[in-house]
Design a protein around this ligand. Sequence first.
Ligand code: ATP
Ligand code: MG
Length: 257
Amino acid sequence: MAHILAIANQKGGVGKTTTAINLACALAQTGRRVLLVDCDPQGNASSGLGLRISEPDKTLHRVLLEENGAPPLHRPLDELSLWMIPANPSLAATEWKLTATPGSETVLASRLKPLDERFHFMILDCPPSLGLLTVNTLCAAHSVLIPLQCEYFAMEGLSLLLDTIRKIKLRWNPSLAIRGILLTMFDRRNNLSHQVATEIRKHLGARVFETLIPRNVRLSESPSHGLPVMLYDRHCAGSRAYAALAHEILQKGADRA
Ligand SMILES: Nc1ncnc2c1ncn2[C@@H]1O[C@H](COP(=O)(O)OP(=O)(O)OP(=O)(O)O)[C@@H](O)[C@H]1O
Ligand SMILES: [Mg+2]
Protein backbone atom coordinates (compact mmCIF):
# COMPACT_ATOMS: atom_id res chain seq x y z
CA MET A 1 0.00 0.00 0.00
CA ALA A 2 1.37 3.40 -0.95
CA HIS A 3 2.00 6.06 1.63
CA ILE A 4 0.48 9.29 0.31
CA LEU A 5 2.29 12.44 1.43
CA ALA A 6 0.99 15.94 0.66
CA ILE A 7 3.52 18.80 0.62
CA ALA A 8 1.41 21.77 1.69
CA ASN A 9 1.63 25.37 2.81
CA GLN A 10 -0.63 28.08 1.42
CA LYS A 11 2.28 30.50 1.72
CA GLY A 12 4.00 30.93 -1.64
CA GLY A 13 7.64 30.21 -2.41
CA VAL A 14 8.51 28.29 0.76
CA GLY A 15 10.05 25.28 -0.98
CA LYS A 16 7.04 22.98 -1.55
CA THR A 17 7.90 22.09 -5.13
CA THR A 18 11.65 21.87 -4.49
CA THR A 19 10.84 19.45 -1.67
CA ALA A 20 8.26 17.47 -3.67
CA ILE A 21 10.66 16.91 -6.58
CA ASN A 22 13.78 16.18 -4.57
CA LEU A 23 12.17 14.12 -1.84
CA ALA A 24 10.35 12.03 -4.47
CA CYS A 25 13.63 11.45 -6.30
CA ALA A 26 15.59 10.76 -3.10
CA LEU A 27 13.00 8.13 -2.13
CA ALA A 28 13.17 6.65 -5.64
CA GLN A 29 16.96 6.45 -5.27
CA THR A 30 16.44 4.11 -2.31
CA GLY A 31 14.67 1.74 -4.70
CA ARG A 32 11.10 2.71 -3.76
CA ARG A 33 8.57 3.13 -6.53
CA VAL A 34 7.38 6.73 -6.28
CA LEU A 35 4.56 8.63 -7.96
CA LEU A 36 4.87 12.43 -7.94
CA VAL A 37 1.56 14.19 -8.58
CA ASP A 38 1.67 17.84 -9.59
CA CYS A 39 -1.47 19.38 -8.07
CA ASP A 40 -0.53 22.99 -8.86
CA PRO A 41 -1.68 24.82 -12.02
CA GLN A 42 1.74 26.52 -12.09
CA GLY A 43 3.09 23.11 -13.15
CA ASN A 44 6.48 23.76 -11.53
CA ALA A 45 7.04 20.17 -10.41
CA SER A 46 6.35 19.05 -14.00
CA SER A 47 8.58 21.57 -15.76
CA GLY A 48 11.22 21.08 -13.06
CA LEU A 49 11.50 17.48 -14.23
CA GLY A 50 11.41 18.47 -17.90
CA LEU A 51 7.72 17.74 -18.50
CA ARG A 52 5.91 20.53 -20.34
CA ILE A 53 2.66 18.92 -21.39
CA SER A 54 0.13 21.02 -23.26
CA GLU A 55 -2.66 18.43 -23.72
CA PRO A 56 -4.92 18.46 -20.62
CA ASP A 57 -5.71 14.82 -21.35
CA LYS A 58 -2.14 13.84 -20.39
CA THR A 59 -2.24 15.69 -17.08
CA LEU A 60 -4.00 15.67 -13.70
CA HIS A 61 -7.01 17.22 -15.46
CA ARG A 62 -7.88 13.79 -16.83
CA VAL A 63 -7.56 12.16 -13.40
CA LEU A 64 -9.88 14.69 -11.79
CA LEU A 65 -12.52 15.09 -14.49
CA GLU A 66 -12.65 11.77 -16.34
CA GLU A 67 -13.81 8.89 -14.25
CA ASN A 68 -12.76 6.20 -16.68
CA GLY A 69 -9.51 5.56 -18.40
CA ALA A 70 -5.97 4.99 -17.23
CA PRO A 71 -4.30 7.86 -15.36
CA PRO A 72 -1.64 9.58 -17.46
CA LEU A 73 1.58 8.32 -15.90
CA HIS A 74 4.82 9.73 -17.28
CA ARG A 75 8.33 8.56 -16.50
CA PRO A 76 10.50 11.66 -16.73
CA LEU A 77 13.87 10.07 -15.90
CA ASP A 78 14.97 6.62 -17.05
CA GLU A 79 17.42 6.21 -14.20
CA LEU A 80 14.88 6.53 -11.36
CA SER A 81 11.82 4.50 -10.34
CA LEU A 82 9.82 7.70 -10.46
CA TRP A 83 6.53 8.26 -12.26
CA MET A 84 4.62 11.47 -12.54
CA ILE A 85 1.15 12.84 -13.19
CA PRO A 86 1.95 16.33 -14.49
CA ALA A 87 -0.07 19.55 -14.46
CA ASN A 88 -0.26 22.66 -16.59
CA PRO A 89 -2.14 25.98 -16.27
CA SER A 90 -5.39 24.37 -17.50
CA LEU A 91 -5.63 22.82 -14.02
CA ALA A 92 -6.96 26.17 -12.77
CA ALA A 93 -10.06 25.73 -14.97
CA THR A 94 -10.25 22.07 -13.92
CA GLU A 95 -10.48 23.21 -10.30
CA TRP A 96 -13.46 25.41 -11.16
CA LYS A 97 -15.22 22.58 -13.00
CA LEU A 98 -14.52 20.22 -10.13
CA THR A 99 -16.40 22.54 -7.78
CA ALA A 100 -19.62 21.51 -9.51
CA THR A 101 -18.97 17.79 -8.90
CA PRO A 102 -20.74 16.24 -5.90
CA GLY A 103 -18.16 15.09 -3.35
CA SER A 104 -15.61 17.30 -5.08
CA GLU A 105 -13.26 17.22 -2.06
CA THR A 106 -12.51 13.51 -2.32
CA VAL A 107 -12.22 13.01 -6.09
CA LEU A 108 -8.40 12.77 -6.03
CA ALA A 109 -8.50 10.28 -3.14
CA SER A 110 -10.79 7.94 -5.05
CA ARG A 111 -8.87 8.26 -8.34
CA LEU A 112 -5.51 7.48 -6.68
CA LYS A 113 -6.90 4.35 -5.00
CA PRO A 114 -6.44 2.04 -8.02
CA LEU A 115 -2.74 3.02 -8.12
CA ASP A 116 -2.20 2.09 -4.49
CA GLU A 117 -0.49 -1.26 -5.04
CA ARG A 118 1.85 0.03 -7.72
CA PHE A 119 3.79 2.50 -5.59
CA HIS A 120 5.52 2.73 -2.23
CA PHE A 121 5.01 6.50 -2.06
CA MET A 122 2.82 9.09 -3.71
CA ILE A 123 4.03 12.67 -3.22
CA LEU A 124 1.49 15.43 -3.89
CA ASP A 125 2.80 18.93 -4.64
CA CYS A 126 0.21 21.54 -3.58
CA PRO A 127 -0.45 25.04 -4.90
CA PRO A 128 0.02 28.07 -2.62
CA SER A 129 -3.63 28.22 -1.54
CA LEU A 130 -6.11 26.36 0.63
CA GLY A 131 -8.54 25.94 -2.27
CA LEU A 132 -10.18 22.81 -3.61
CA LEU A 133 -6.96 21.33 -5.07
CA THR A 134 -5.18 21.49 -1.71
CA VAL A 135 -8.29 20.17 0.06
CA ASN A 136 -8.27 17.23 -2.39
CA THR A 137 -4.65 16.45 -1.59
CA LEU A 138 -5.33 16.56 2.17
CA CYS A 139 -8.33 14.25 1.76
CA ALA A 140 -6.20 11.80 -0.25
CA ALA A 141 -3.07 11.90 1.95
CA HIS A 142 -2.02 9.74 4.86
CA SER A 143 0.18 12.55 6.06
CA VAL A 144 1.26 16.08 5.32
CA LEU A 145 4.71 17.65 5.24
CA ILE A 146 4.74 21.42 5.81
CA PRO A 147 7.79 23.32 4.53
CA LEU A 148 8.55 26.51 6.44
CA GLN A 149 11.08 28.96 5.10
CA CYS A 150 13.61 30.16 7.68
CA GLU A 151 12.49 33.79 7.36
CA TYR A 152 10.84 36.27 9.69
CA PHE A 153 7.22 35.54 8.68
CA ALA A 154 7.72 31.77 8.52
CA MET A 155 4.95 30.83 10.95
CA GLU A 156 2.47 33.34 9.60
CA GLY A 157 -0.51 31.41 8.27
CA LEU A 158 0.56 28.18 9.93
CA SER A 159 -2.38 28.22 12.34
CA LEU A 160 -4.80 28.55 9.40
CA LEU A 161 -3.19 25.54 7.72
CA LEU A 162 -3.29 23.51 10.95
CA ASP A 163 -6.94 24.50 11.39
CA THR A 164 -7.73 23.37 7.83
CA ILE A 165 -5.99 20.05 8.52
CA ARG A 166 -8.10 19.64 11.70
CA LYS A 167 -11.32 20.28 9.76
CA ILE A 168 -10.36 17.81 7.04
CA LYS A 169 -9.60 15.18 9.68
CA LEU A 170 -13.00 15.72 11.30
CA ARG A 171 -14.98 15.62 8.10
CA TRP A 172 -13.20 13.41 5.56
CA ASN A 173 -9.87 11.95 6.55
CA PRO A 174 -9.65 11.04 10.27
CA SER A 175 -6.25 9.39 10.02
CA LEU A 176 -4.48 12.32 8.35
CA ALA A 177 -1.24 12.91 10.26
CA ILE A 178 1.25 15.75 10.26
CA ARG A 179 4.39 13.98 9.08
CA GLY A 180 6.47 16.96 9.96
CA ILE A 181 7.46 20.57 9.59
CA LEU A 182 10.46 21.00 7.33
CA LEU A 183 12.75 24.01 7.74
CA THR A 184 13.84 25.16 4.29
CA MET A 185 16.28 27.69 2.83
CA PHE A 186 18.29 27.69 6.05
CA ASP A 187 21.30 29.98 5.74
CA ARG A 188 23.85 29.08 8.40
CA ARG A 189 25.72 32.38 7.98
CA ASN A 190 22.59 34.36 8.71
CA ASN A 191 21.64 35.00 12.35
CA LEU A 192 17.97 35.37 11.50
CA SER A 193 17.91 31.86 10.02
CA HIS A 194 19.26 30.47 13.30
CA GLN A 195 16.79 32.51 15.38
CA VAL A 196 13.81 31.45 13.28
CA ALA A 197 14.85 27.77 13.35
CA THR A 198 15.29 27.88 17.14
CA GLU A 199 11.94 29.63 17.61
CA ILE A 200 10.09 27.15 15.40
CA ARG A 201 11.66 24.17 17.18
CA LYS A 202 10.70 25.74 20.53
CA HIS A 203 7.05 26.08 19.45
CA LEU A 204 6.59 22.91 17.45
CA GLY A 205 9.14 20.59 19.07
CA ALA A 206 9.13 17.02 17.87
CA ARG A 207 6.93 17.87 14.91
CA VAL A 208 9.94 19.51 13.23
CA PHE A 209 12.19 17.28 11.12
CA GLU A 210 15.78 17.05 12.32
CA THR A 211 16.90 17.47 8.72
CA LEU A 212 17.37 21.10 7.74
CA ILE A 213 17.28 22.07 4.08
CA PRO A 214 20.04 24.63 3.48
CA ARG A 215 19.84 27.51 1.05
CA ASN A 216 21.77 26.05 -1.83
CA VAL A 217 22.11 27.53 -5.30
CA ARG A 218 22.18 24.05 -6.90
CA LEU A 219 18.61 23.53 -5.67
CA SER A 220 17.45 26.61 -7.54
CA GLU A 221 19.45 25.81 -10.69
CA SER A 222 18.51 22.18 -11.19
CA PRO A 223 14.84 22.72 -12.31
CA SER A 224 15.99 24.79 -15.28
CA HIS A 225 17.90 21.68 -16.43
CA GLY A 226 14.81 19.51 -15.89
CA LEU A 227 16.66 17.52 -13.24
CA PRO A 228 16.32 16.78 -9.54
CA VAL A 229 19.29 18.13 -7.62
CA MET A 230 20.87 14.70 -7.05
CA LEU A 231 21.19 14.11 -10.80
CA TYR A 232 22.39 17.66 -11.36
CA ASP A 233 25.09 17.71 -8.66
CA ARG A 234 24.99 14.68 -6.44
CA HIS A 235 27.58 15.94 -3.98
CA CYS A 236 26.10 19.37 -3.24
CA ALA A 237 24.58 20.31 0.12
CA GLY A 238 21.04 20.24 -1.35
CA SER A 239 21.46 16.64 -2.57
CA ARG A 240 22.77 15.54 0.80
CA ALA A 241 19.94 17.30 2.65
CA TYR A 242 17.14 15.67 0.61
CA ALA A 243 18.80 12.25 0.90
CA ALA A 244 18.87 12.80 4.68
CA LEU A 245 15.20 13.82 4.67
CA ALA A 246 14.23 10.67 2.75
CA HIS A 247 16.21 8.64 5.26
CA GLU A 248 14.53 10.36 8.22
CA ILE A 249 11.08 9.75 6.73
CA LEU A 250 11.86 6.07 6.11
CA GLN A 251 13.28 5.70 9.62
CA LYS A 252 10.23 7.30 11.22
CA GLY A 253 8.07 4.70 9.54
CA ALA A 254 6.16 6.53 6.82
CA ASP A 255 7.10 3.58 4.61
CA ARG A 256 4.05 1.38 4.78
CA ALA A 257 5.21 -0.85 1.99
N1 ATP B 1 16.83 25.33 -0.33
C1 ATP B 1 16.81 26.20 -1.33
N2 ATP B 1 17.90 26.90 -1.66
C2 ATP B 1 17.87 27.82 -2.66
N3 ATP B 1 16.79 28.09 -3.38
C3 ATP B 1 15.65 27.42 -3.11
C4 ATP B 1 15.60 26.44 -2.08
N4 ATP B 1 14.35 25.93 -2.02
C5 ATP B 1 13.65 26.56 -2.97
N5 ATP B 1 14.42 27.46 -3.63
C6 ATP B 1 14.01 28.37 -4.69
O1 ATP B 1 13.01 29.23 -4.15
C7 ATP B 1 11.96 29.44 -5.07
C8 ATP B 1 10.64 28.91 -4.46
O2 ATP B 1 10.78 27.52 -4.24
P1 ATP B 1 9.60 26.51 -4.62
O3 ATP B 1 9.13 26.74 -6.02
O4 ATP B 1 10.06 25.15 -4.26
O5 ATP B 1 8.51 27.00 -3.59
P2 ATP B 1 6.94 26.68 -3.60
O6 ATP B 1 6.52 26.72 -2.17
O7 ATP B 1 6.66 25.45 -4.36
O8 ATP B 1 6.37 27.93 -4.39
P3 ATP B 1 4.82 28.11 -4.83
O9 ATP B 1 4.11 28.48 -3.58
O10 ATP B 1 4.86 29.21 -5.85
O11 ATP B 1 4.37 26.80 -5.40
C9 ATP B 1 12.36 28.69 -6.33
O12 ATP B 1 13.00 29.59 -7.19
C10 ATP B 1 13.35 27.65 -5.84
O13 ATP B 1 14.28 27.28 -6.84
MG1 MG C 1 5.31 25.14 -5.93
